[in-house]
Design a protein around this ligand. Structure first.
Ligand code: SF4
Ligand code: SF4
Length: 108
């Protein structure tokens, strides 16, 4: 997710999807792959050095939902990320594999 942070193109009320869905494709709540696999270069609340690839975001709760959803301090990268089949695949494990590969392929 670059610009806002990394190499990728994913206050807690309401607790719904972590990432806004495309019209025809919705995030799988509880997946959390795009909150773990990608790096986020830009510092943000609770992660002053950004997030390393594979590092779990400090705001990802035990249900793998974003505790910053709807909060103004949620990184722009996260707010802009859209669930899509090419990133999310058909399962949480597939999303993780896709995002890990993207991270490797786009590493500077
Ligand atoms: S990888 Fe896709 S399905 Fe998984 S949390 Fe992110 S947007 Fe949702
Ligand atoms: S701030 Fe929320 S959406 Fe962004 S990486 Fe952390 S848990 Fe995921």
């Amino acid at each position: 997710m670059t610009g806002a942070a990394t190499a990728f193109p994913g206050a807690s009320a309401p607790r719904m999807h972590e990432h806004a869905p495309r019209m025809d494709f919705a995030c799988r709540p509880g997946c959390g792959a795009c909150c773990i696999a990608p790096s986020i270069a830009t510092p943000f609340l609770g992660m002053p050095r950004g997030k390393r690839a594979g590092e779990r975001c400090v705001h990802l709760d035990s249900a793998n939902l974003c505790a910053l959803f709807g909060h103004p301090d949620r990184p722009r990268f996260c707010a802009d990320l859209r669930a899509e089949p090419a990133m999310c695949g058909d399962s949480d494990a597939e999303a993780m594999a896709i995002l890990e590969r993207l991270e490797r392929d786009t590493r500077p």
